[in-house]
Ligand binder design. Structure first.
Ligand code: HEC
Ligand SMILES: [Cu+2]
Length: 370
């Protein structure tokens, strides 16, 4: 019995998929949530023990002792009925007041918040950042649908006149500053969760939900960034478990540097190998039919969005890829380009067969896109 239960419990853990828990929060929002969750859990635990103790006591005390043993027959008990109705009602009302209070508290728009839009796609996350100098771009993002291509959108989720930068899977945030995410989805319902920084919230197509997060400044030591884990928390298809992401908590200075770099155009390749990769990317590899690359400094909403796949303008600067399930190494990229569906079941990246030389060229090009 114990071994079976242990096996079941352990099967929920995968050593190749490390994850953060919510028990050790690194920001004010989950701390607020835990302040209600812990006492509630303790009260619920005590009630469980009390109820079980009473059941066991009654089972033993009032058990049938011989064949014609009939317990005293009781009908109704006004005092008892009032007590066991009022008791739980009062208890739940008290818990309810604290819970509802906390729900409103964590949902309140924080002062000086940094706005980022999050778009869920099967099975990766797109992020849209306001361009430098614009802390608030569009307080009410709207979904701009592509009339010629139902289910897809042009210009991302923010309004077309809102300058933003699009990246994927690795969310960078400045430590100590509240961040307000506007979250939606392009296909099915997903759920956005960074256990150490926030509660969860649904990413629903056609709807925009908001989630606040803030990372403690203690996560940045001597200017060094910390990377936390995130996960899609709503079953969303074949690769739901692979719809992971990273949150990189930077010092404000490091964050500004990162943002400035990300806003720039894609680097032009310098080596012959990378140049051949670029030719393939826009040519017979047909990568450009699903991936945008920003070609100049100007803001163009049609290339700043992620398309069917993530915006790859600065893919070479990411540490992980494909829903942050794997480090961006040669070996992993080769496996990805050889057979995306073998690497990540169900991946929506359908490509023609590439030979080894083509893969080498494309990998060189991807690394050059810093
Ligand atoms: C049919 C559309 C499509 C085509 C064509 C396509 N991709 Fe993709 N690509 C995707 C999708 C969708 C993803 C996200 C997959 C995931 O993580 O589930 C992706 C992800 C990627 C990633 C990882 C990006 C990240 O940040 O996680 C790289 C690198 C990439 N593609 C390179 C290429 C290259 C090189 C080609 C050309 C040989 C190509 N893609 C062709 C749809 C496409
Ligand atoms: Cu999902």
């Amino acid at each position: 019995m114990a071994t079976t239960m242990l096996a079941v419990a352990l099967s929920a853990c995968a050593s190749n998929a490390p994850q953060d828990g919510f028990l050790k929060p690194e920001g004010p929002y989950p701390r607020k949530i835990n302040r209600v969750a812990y006492p509630t859990f303790i009260i619920a635990g005590l009630m469980l023990v009390l109820v079980f103790a009473l059941v066991i006591y009654c089972v033993i005390k009032y058990r049938r002792r011989n064949d014609d043993d009939i317990p005293v027959q009781v009908h109704g008990n006004t005092t008892g009925e009032i007590l066991w109705t009022a008791g739980p009602a009062v208890l739940l009302a008290v818990i309810g007041v604290f819970s509802v209070n906390t729900i409103f508290e964590v949902a309140k728009t924080p002062k000086n918040a940094y706005d980022i839009t999050v778009v869920g796609h099967q099975w990766w996350w797109e992020y849209q950042y306001p361009r430098t100098g614009q802390t608030k771009l569009n307080p009410k993002p709207s979904i701009v649908a592509d009339p010629n291509n139902p289910g897809r959108r042009i210009g991302g989720v923010l309004k077309e006149d809102s300058p933003y930068m699009s990246t994927a899977n690795e969310l960078h945030i400045p430590a100590g500053r509240p961040v307000r995410l506007a979250i939606t989805s392009m296909d099915v319902i997903h759920n956005y969760w960074v256990p150490k920084l926030s509660g969860k919230i649904y990413a629903i197509p056609g709807r925009i939900n908001h989630l606040n997060l803030q990372a403690d400044t203690s996560l940045v030591k001597n200017g060094k960034s910390t990377t936390l884990y995130g996960q899609c928390a709503e079953f969303c298809g074949t690769s739901h478990a692979n719809m992971r992401f990273k949150v990189v908590v930077d010092s404000p200075a490091e964050f500004a540097k990162w943002l400035a770099r990300q806003e720039g155009a894609a680097a032009e390749p310098t080596t012959d190998l990378a140049k051949a990769g670029q030719a393939l990317f826009v040519g017979s590899g047909a990568c450009a039919s699903c991936h945008y690359l920003k070609s100049d400094q100007g803001y163009d909403p049609t290339v700043d969005a992620g398309k069917i796949g993530p915006n790859l303008t600065h893919i070479g600067s990411r540490q992980h890829f494909a829903g942050a399930i794997a480090p961006l190494t040669d070996v992993n990229l080769r496996a990805w380009l050889k057979n995306p569906q073998a690497f990540k079941p169900g991946a929506k990246m359908v490509i023609r067969k590439l030979n080894d030389d083509e893969i080498t060229q494309l990998v060189a090009y991807i690394h050059s896109l810093k």
